[in-house]
Design a protein around this ligand. Structure first.
Ligand SMILES: Nc1ncnc2c1ncn2[C@@H]1O[C@H](COP(=O)(O)OP(=O)(O)OP(=O)(O)O)[C@@H](O)[C@H]1O
Length: 390
């Protein structure tokens, strides 16, 4: 029944596309939402008066098929589906995400992405140019980022050479500014929830832009934390209090930022999993965080720096970034700095507090398994969600 209503509304939207009219995107999404009985709890409903003025272009599917030469130039693939390069009739280059039928992420993330990103504008956030809904096809059009995502450089031994410290530092500052905007400076308070190297896009000058807002959470006014049973994100970047107890706050993003910061300085992915049911507890300690903290305590943090950067004369700056990264991944959210203090730390050489121990995820089997039922972790770095929880 709900499906029929949603289909009917989409048919209506498509009719408007054929008539080549621009319709308020958020409004159309709200219509679809109401047809699906308020399933979309991720995005808050406040600020609808402001939303009414927001419009984002709908693109015709055939224009997109032509622009991508029938989806022939694939840029990459993620949890949402494949990403293709295209050129619009205006000559503008675009990246087009095509929702895969097999995608674990789906309509919900599609709508969330459009709702969140179309309401934001910042030079460190990727720009959504429009979307397309055509039968079962759902597509998102973004500005094309010539250097693709940070992971394609950072974790590729050859391409990582192109990322000297100057570029890496510029990337760190840009991510920090983008996150600060989400947490504090935009008119909405937003937690990204899936910050990771593959969600940082780089333009031709290596300016970073945060992407992938399908999982983002908007706090209603006067709220800055929430409890959720819908755990989404990527293993290795998720803060422990969020992964295990669903406690969501801006400090969850700060944790992910810390992991990313350490990855950028080290040139290494923060992967490691130790899921040991035989020991009747869930222990998956992010070994690289523990190792970084141990070396820092032994005054050996220089050993953590990517060997490709050793010749640089900015070693002190890199060690400061390691220190900041460790402050961000501290176990208790209250001990982690806010993005605005991180930006201050980046632009000054004030003394930093000593980091306490990073999060060791060590839970009893009861609480751990209950929460694992709600959470879906990704070991290979691809975003996972559990949209049926609650
Ligand atoms: N706007 C863009 N410009 C250029 N390349 C892009 C753009 N958006 C995505 N890509 C490329 O496509 C790849 C897949 O992106 P996508 O955001 O779908 O998935 P992901 O972030 O890698 O994984 P996940 O879906 O798990 O977050 C990226 O890693 C990137 O290399």
């Amino acid at each position: 029944m709900h499906f029929c209503i949603a289909r009917f509304i989409w048919k209506h939207i498509q009719k408007q596309i054929v008539q080549r009219r621009r319709i308020p995107l958020v409004q159309s999404i709200k219509e679809t939402q109401s047809g699906e009985s308020g399933v979309y709890s991720t995005v808050s409903d406040n600020g609808s008066a402001q939303e009414a003025g927001i419009s984002s272009p709908f693109f015709d599917f055939y224009t997109i098929a032509e622009a991508t030469n029938n989806f022939s130039h694939k840029l990459g693939e993620g949890g949402f589906g494949s990403v293709y390069k295209g050129k619009l009739p205006s000559g503008q280059e675009v990246a087009i995400k095509r929702l895969s039928e097999k995608s674990g992420q789906g309509l919900k993330e599609f709508q969330n992405e459009v709702q969140v990103i179309s309401r934001l504008q910042h030079r460190n956030l990727v720009q959504l140019l429009g979307c397309c809904i055509h039968g079962e096809e759902k597509l998102l059009l973004y500005e094309f980022m010539a250097n693709k995502s940070l992971d394609t450089f950072l974790f590729d031994p050859k391409k990582a050479r192109e990322l000297d410290w100057e570029k890496r530092y510029k990337i760190i500052q840009g991510i920090c500014r983008g996150l600060l905007y989400l947490h504090q400076d935009s008119r909405l308070r937003i937690i990204h929830r899936d910050l990771k190297a593959s969600n940082i896009l780089l333009d031709e000058d290596f300016n970073p832009k945060i992407s992938d807002f399908g999982m983002a959470h908007i706090f209603p006014d006067h709220q800055n934390q929430a409890l959720t049973s819908r755990i989404v994100g990527t293993y290795g970047y998720m803060a422990p209090e969020y992964a295990f107890h669903g406690e969501l706050s801006e400090k969850s993003d700060v944790f992910s930022f810390g992991v990313l910061l350490l990855e950028i300085v080290r040139g290494k992915k923060n992967t490691s999993i130790n899921y040991d049911q035989s020991l009747n507890f869930l222990g998956h300690a992010p070994m690289q965080l523990i190792q970084a903290w141990t070396l820092w305590n032994e005054d050996r943090s220089a050993e953590l720096i990517d060997p490709l950067l050793h010749h640089s004369d900015s070693i002190k700056e890199m060690m400061r970034c390691i220190h900041m990264g460790l402050l961000c991944v501290q176990e208790l959210p209250t001990d982690r700095p806010t993005m605005s203090s991180i930006l201050t730390m980046l632009s000054s050489d004030s003394a930093l507090p000593a980091p306490k121990n990073p999060a060791f995820f060590l839970e009893s089997s009861n609480s751990g398994e209950d929460n694992l039922a709600d959470a879906c972790y990704s070991i290979n770095g691809v975003t996972c969600t559990n949209i049926d929880a609650r």
